[in-house]
Design a protein around this ligand. Sequence first.
Ligand code: OSB
Ligand code: MG
Length: 371
Amino acid sequence: MELRSARLDELELDLVEPFETSFGVEKRRRFLLVRLESKDGLVGYGECVASSEPLYSSETTATAREMIGTRFLPQLLRARSVSPESFREASARYRGQRMAKSAVETALVDLAARSEGVSVGRWLGGRRRRVEVGVSVGIQPSVPALVRRVGDYLGDGYRRVKLKVRPGWDAIPVRSVRRAYPDLEIWVDANQAYPTAAGSRIRSWAEAYGVAQVEQPFAERAIRAHADLAKGAPFRVCLDESIVDEVSLEDALAAGAITSLNVKTGRVGGPTTSRALARRARQRGVPSWVGGMLESGIGRAHNVHLASLAPFTLPADLSASDRYYREDLIDPPFELGPGSTLEVPRGPGIGVEIREDVLRRARLDAHTFRR
Ligand code: OSB
Ligand code: MG
């Protein structure tokens, strides 16, 4: 493929309700969108999941804008021919910057799939037509509010919930949700909020209230603490922030620190690495699932396609458009289907149309790059 132009947009969308995690409250998302246009007029989109503040990881919208705008896009436009693989190889010499790399690689995958006339899911080797999903529930103002929020999501059709927890918001909220919904599949996610010494307390409430999975309770590098928690646990120990590449996955597997893998393309630097990690985990008997970063419909479409691959056997953190934003950037929006599923779009590329009207309203800044 040869590129004709590229555009880097900065957008802001308001969430339908604030999303609170152990690292803070998000009311809106400011993020980057990469748009690539090929010589023959095809267009591919990729979304960058870095946020304004370096709270989930060290990247930010600003660092990603710098990498994409001053290095990745100018380099792509100078190249005679581009592909997801050649970009991955050419950008490997830059340390980290995985969210920035992933935004570009996903746009290239969208373009590559379109040029072959297949969907992104098919291009990656996925076969599913629908993917099973759950919903990630932020920290709420009170325990009754949480029980109501979970009840609303169950009413919408979601079959598993992931409750955000942190020290001081764990045993009691989890117990209340368990009592209100005795058969519900409950996962929890702490985003690294606990000291490693908290393992035995986490274990006791997670066990008592039938939590099926505990995600990233300890710091990114606390592999041994996660292994201690996983030893003999009646729940899966899922790693999110700890797994950023093949090496970190291998070390976590060897240490027995991981019994479930949350795959986010932004965190690991792109869709082809995401696929490789999920395949490797499956070889070692560890199930994978696709995580979310409150993406707009564009990033979520990429994630839905990824989730159509065989190694992703647990329900994804990919909810319907209306759970995130009042107006999504795509048409049609994602809607929850039977059995707590989202449909994998069938058309070429990401298989959804971009709503240029919503995009224009959400856009704060745009830079165009030409050959
Ligand atoms: O840890 O999974 C996480 C959102 C922002 C940052 C980190 C996480 C999340 C979520 C949201 O849990 C999941 C979603 O997009 O539905
Ligand atoms: Mg997480």
